[in-house]
Structure formats: C-alpha cells, structure tokens
Ligand binder design. Sequence first.
Ligand code: NAD
Length: 366
Amino acid sequence: MKTHAFSRRDFLRTASIGAGALALGDTLSAFAPKADKKLGIALVGLGMYSTDQLGPALQHTQNCYLAGIVTGHPAKAEVWKKRYNIPDKNVYNYETYDQIKNNPDIDIIYVVLPVSMHKEYTIRAAQAGKHVICEKPMALNAKDCEDMIAACKKANRLLSIGYRLHFEPHNMEIMRLGQKQIYGKVTSIDTGNGFTYRGDPNAWRLKKAMAGGGGLMDMGIYSIQGTRYTLGKEPIAVKATQEKTRPDFFKEVDETVFWELEFPGGFTATGKSSYNHDWSYLHVQAERGKFGLEPAFGYGELDGYTSAGPMNIPNIIQQAAQMDDFANCVRQNKQSRVPGEEGLKDMKVVDAIYRSLASGKKEAII
Ligand code: NAD
C-alpha cells in the first residue's frame, strides 16, 4: 500500500478548511487590535485537565502564556505559583474572580470547571472584559449555550470552545478528506468514544446537576463533532438507545449511549459514547475509498489511514495549537474556528439524543 506522506502544504491547506462550517471566520470589527505581544491566559479551575494538559501546554505556546490562575485551594495556588512563576497579583479565588477586570496582564480567561459552572464563569469573564475559552461540553444544555453566546456578544468579547481536535492534524485531514470529497461522497460513518470509568463514585462527573449527563456529554461530544466535521453538514434528527450494566454506579447519568444521526437527504451516521468501554475511533467509507482514525480523539498519539495507506501525520501538542490559534484570533479581531456557536450545535444534538432516550422515538434536532 502506498504511504500518504503529510506535507506542510497539506497541513496549510487542511488548516484553511476548519470545522463543519467552512463559512466561519467573520471579522469582528468591534475589537481593538492588540499589540503584538504574547497574550495572558488565566486558567479557572486547577483540576486534572488544567494540571496535566493546559498548564504544561502553555509552556509551548507562541502567542499566549500562563499569566494567572483562579482556584479555591490556597495550597494549589502555591504549587502553581512556584511551578510557573506566577506573581501574587495574578492569583484569584472564586470570591475575587470578578476583580480580574482590573488586571491588564490577563487577556483571556479559560474556564476549566465542572460543566454546570461553565455558563456562569464564561458570562462573568466576558463581563469582566476578557475573551473566553470554555471547555467542552459547552454547558448543561443548548439554551445555556445561547445565553453564553449572547452575553459574550453583548460584552464584545470573543468566545471559543476547547475543541482541541480542530487544530489536530489527523482530525484536520479527516475534515479535508470528508468535506472535499477526496474519495467521493461519504457513504457511511461509524464513530465511538468512551473510557471505562473507575474513578470516585462521588465525583461531579456522576452527578447530573453538575455534569448534565454521563458518557454522552463527556465523551460522545467528540463522536458527534467527528461526524459533523467529516461531512461539514448539520444533522436534522437522531434516534438513540442506551445500555446500563452498572446502574448502582451510574445512578444519575448515562453509561453507554448508541445513536443514529440523520442528515438532510437521508444519510445516517452511527455513533456511540460510553463510561464503560474504551473506544476512540472514526471510520469513514466513501464512494471510492475509506479513511479513518483509531485512536481518534485523545491527546495521546493518534493514528490514521486512508485507502492509500497510513496517514503518517506527526502528533502535536493539541492544546498549545488550540490556545495559540485563539490568541491569534484575539490579536486579529476575528472569530475563532470553534466559536460558541460550534459548541451550541453539538449541544443541540446532545439535547435531542436525551429527548430520544426519554421518548424512545426519533427526535428532531432543533
Ligand atoms: P476536575 O474534577 O479534575 O477539575 C475540576 C476543577 O474544578 C477542580 O480544580 C475543582 O477544584 C474545581 N471546582 C470548583 N468548584 C467546584 C465544585 N463546586 N465542584 C467540583 N469541582 C469544583 O475536572 P477536569 O477533568 O479537569 O475537567 C474540567 C473541565 O475540563 C470539564 O468541563 C471537562 O469536560 C473538561 N475537559 C476537557 C478535556 C479536553 O480534552 N478538552 C479533557 C478533560 C477535561
């Protein structure tokens, strides 16, 4: 089989495609251009993702740097201050959060909190005059996403969602192959994402009020994204079923969910999410060939193939690329490739999947 070497030219071409919506990138004239300096990011919530991924990734960024932190734990603040040389004046807690508005070192607030807190902390960040990155899933439901988008617009601040895979070369190649129909029209998509949850049974991820849901909200969002950015189209309806093998453990949230996502014209893609299976794949069949990723969605080493052979694409620090792109958007006063509207589209699908689980019927995505 022929190897598909991934050249810099391919990368740049892919980078210009973007996710699901080739029309994004409107210039937002309301923002004053920034000087050509590294923009300061403050991380809100110093849990697993901030500690293991975002903090380290910010040591590799070109357009932004770790300027500040917001944490409710003074002991954590001490560790971070020492590790990343953060001055006292850039350390906040949840009571002093709004005072960030007076801090010119901080241009961007990155919300890395439990899902139920995303809306409030995003809106307060925008009201403090800061641009915002909010982690996935964007909020508990689509209505909250709409409120977040409206608040950021009203404050004239940019909002982006922590969709790192839109800056990840394997996934960007999938967007190119699918959206440009390099192997012809896509005829089938099957995707799954999940892990076997063995963590604390009292963690926020298992509480419906804090997480909004289980494996679907946390992991399924990537499968939904993957399907949407392979096609570059929006689904119109969904039919879902679920399985619970540990109902005593997953008392409040979904464990494994299966769905069929319907697109205009009748094309249907299958997807699944789980807190009880280790899945990470996206397999696509097209008229003249196939392509896919496995693993597809993590931040470790990803791997891809086409009918022509292995993709041979280098892995990168996804979060560094994602944050650098947003800092660049802020500098250039332009909409992110993954704005709040992108998070909203996924939450509309998630909401419809939960409606379908409740009704047992196909539900429109509205
Ligand atoms: P975590 O539980 O490790 O960290 C959550 C943080 O929020 C902790 O620092 C905790 O102290 C703080 N917090 C503040 N108020 C809290 C409260 N009332 N209850 C619980 N915690 C509270 O979670 P995490 O894995 O770091 O996830 C945080 C966010 O990042 C989630 O939205 C998650 O979906 C997202 N995430 C994204 C990725 C990705 O690849 N993009 C990966 C992991 C997590």
